[in-house]
Ligand binder design. Structure first.
Ligand SMILES: NC(=O)c1ccc[n+]([C@@H]2O[C@H](COP(=O)([O-])OP(=O)(O)OC[C@H]3O[C@@H](n4cnc5c(N)ncnc54)[C@H](O)[C@@H]3O)[C@@H](O)[C@H]2O)c1
Length: 492
């Protein structure tokens, strides 16, 4: 797999006019051929927010033929941002993508002119939007978490296999070198025997914890019915923060006001509502747990213990502590991956215990992070993606660097040619062959691993998981959270 080169950029500049002229013609999808002569016709569902970033990852190398957003103002903003990518790059702006509010209408009208689909909506719409794409035989790149129920994750994976198309989840850490390096170190004994993994994040930074609903008029630019998609019909709502809410919930609401964010679930705030989002864990888990999932050989945990602040049927809690229990493998003993998120009531970050080999000042600075704790050292990542892992103690790290130089520790993991760009990597694989780093065979079980924590959080007690049967075996009531209660007609 090769990344676009300078000459490819020049080629694109020269052919941009031609590409614009042919923008809406069907493209050939030949695998294993030279990508430089092929541009995909890509549709982006959920065009603003992260969708705008995802569009930017591919729009100079491919044709964006449709942008879909249920918010007319945000659709306009996304279209302007798309055009700016070209002017900033000194390229002529091609024919504008067609704009839609309803992705179903887009597929009805122009499916034959679409080669591939990016889905970057709120979590609850990943499943229907990606299913519509798959039913039309289109490769899909879906933001993380793949879906916000385990049943949907598995069903989407099944449908993608049946469709036989290339898939990707938008967890960019999976395309970065750092995650591969950490696996090589741990696989090849750089920190001795791996005993435990501790993960954490300061999210939620949006209002979460028990909230109440108010029912003001829906803003005219928002198509609320389309925003709900598969979820039960209900009037437009915004949140109110109860008097007795956690300090963190109040702070997040204040911050939202300062940033002039709506108090509705749209945009961004849907994260704290179980129907539409998946809480702090669902938001960050597919990033922060990704390296662990890879290092542990893509296993599914067998048991998850939980402790959290109050959780309701509607809202995720402001802090959580989870212990994911993994069975032993031929590489690692049985071990626990722990997860901490949020802020405690006294305002302190809910972080795990620091391993004494990690300097306190380094640990204190990390709002999110990972500690892979071994008998002879720790691998530490000071952020969510495992982009820049390091080893402590410093003496041990110096030795490991020497072992890498001498070839004692080898490069065994294939690097992505598109680090930090899962959308670009996926599109390149479609035109030129190769396997996207976070294709659904990898991403679906990763998202399931993450989501199991939410089953425990919502159940309020430890759960034991039978992955084969897709069933919680010790708490029957937890199984109601495995699948969405109902789907609105016309969406799936
Ligand atoms: N990989 C990352 O680093 C990263 C970062 C941020 C968000 N995300 C993921 O991206 C997705 C979007 O998050 P966001 O923060 O941009 O949310 P957002 O609410 O800010 O933006 C979502 C956009 O989708 C539109 N939308 C909503 N429902 C739609 C529908 N039915 N059809 C078409 N458009 C619809 C909204 O109007 C909005 O413009 C989520 O899955 C989130 O987890 C990933």
């Amino acid at each position: 797999m090769t990344a676009p080169t300078v000459s490819r950029r020049r080629f694109l500049k020269q052919t941009a006019g031609l590409a614009a002229a042919t923008a809406f013609g069907p493209n050939l999808l030949l695998r294993g051929a030279d990508s430089a002569s092929k541009r995909l016709n890509i549709a982006v569902i959920g065009a603003n927010g992260k969708g705008q970033v995802d569009t930017g990852m591919v729009c100079l190398d491919h044709n964006i033929v449709a942008l879909v957003d249920i918010d007319s103002e945000r659709l306009e903003g996304a279209t302007k941002a798309w055009a700016k990518k070209f002017t900033t790059a000194g390229l002529p702006v091609p024919q504008a993508p067609k704009g839609y509010a309803d992705f179903r209408k887009m597929f009805d009208e122009m499916a034959k002119n679409i080669d591939a689909v990016i889905v970057s909506t709120p979590d609850h719409t990943h499943y229907p939007a990606a299913m519509w794409a798959l039913k039309h035989g289109k490769p899909v790149c879906v933001q993380k978490p793949l879906c916000n129920t385990i049943w949907e994750i598995r069903d989407l994976h099944r449908a993608a296999k049946e469709a036989g198309v290339l898939t990707q989840m938008g967890n960019q850490g999976r395309t970065m070198d750092g995650q591969r390096l950490a696996k090589e170190w741990i696989d090849q004994g750089a920190i001795g025997t791996l005993k435990e993994i501790r993960l954490w994040t300061d999210r939620p930074l949006w209002p979460q914890g028990p909230l109440t609903k108010t029912h003001p008029a829906c803003p005219p630019n928002v198509n609320w019915d389309l925003w709900l998609s598969t979820e039960a019909d209900e009037p437009y709502f915004e949140y109110a923060v109860p008097e007795n809410a956690a300090a963190q919930t109040k702070l997040a609401a204040e911050e939202g006001k300062k940033r002039k964010r709506s108090s509705g679930p749209h945009p961004w705030n849907w994260r704290g509502w179980w129907q539409y989002g998946s809480g702090a864990l669902g938001d960050m888990g597919c990033h922060i747990m990704d390296a662990s999932f890879s290092i542990l050989g893509q296993q599914i945990p067998v048991k998850i213990e939980v402790e959290s602040s109050p959780v309701t049927l509607l809202n995720a809690p402001v802090w959580t502590r989870l212990k994911y229990h993994f069975a032993p493998t031929d590489k690692h003993p049985a071990l626990i991956v722990s997860w901490h998120d949020g802020t405690l009531d006294d305002g302190t970050p809910n972080k795990p215990e620091r391993d004494p080999r990690l300097p306190k000042e380094v640990f204190d600075k990390a709002h999110s992070g990972m500690m892979f704790i071994g008998t002879e050292g720790i691998v530490f990542e000071p952020d969510a993606y495992c982009k820049n892992p390091v080893i402590y103690s410093e003496e041990r790290f110096a030795d490991v660097k020497k072992e890498m130089e001498s070839g004692k520790i080898k490069k065994t993991e294939t690097r992505s040619a598109f680090p930090e760009n899962p959308q670009g990597e996926w599109a390149h694989c479609i035109t030129s062959g190769g396997t996207p780093s976070s294709n659904f065979d990898y991403a679906a079980p990763l998202a399931e691993f993450v989501s199991l924590g939410n089953l425990a959080i919502r159940s309020g007690q430890a759960i034991e998981w039978d992955a084969k049967a897709a069933k919680v075996t010790n708490v029957e009531a937890a199984n109601r959270f495995v699948k969405r209660a109902a789907y609105r007609k016309g969406w799936v």
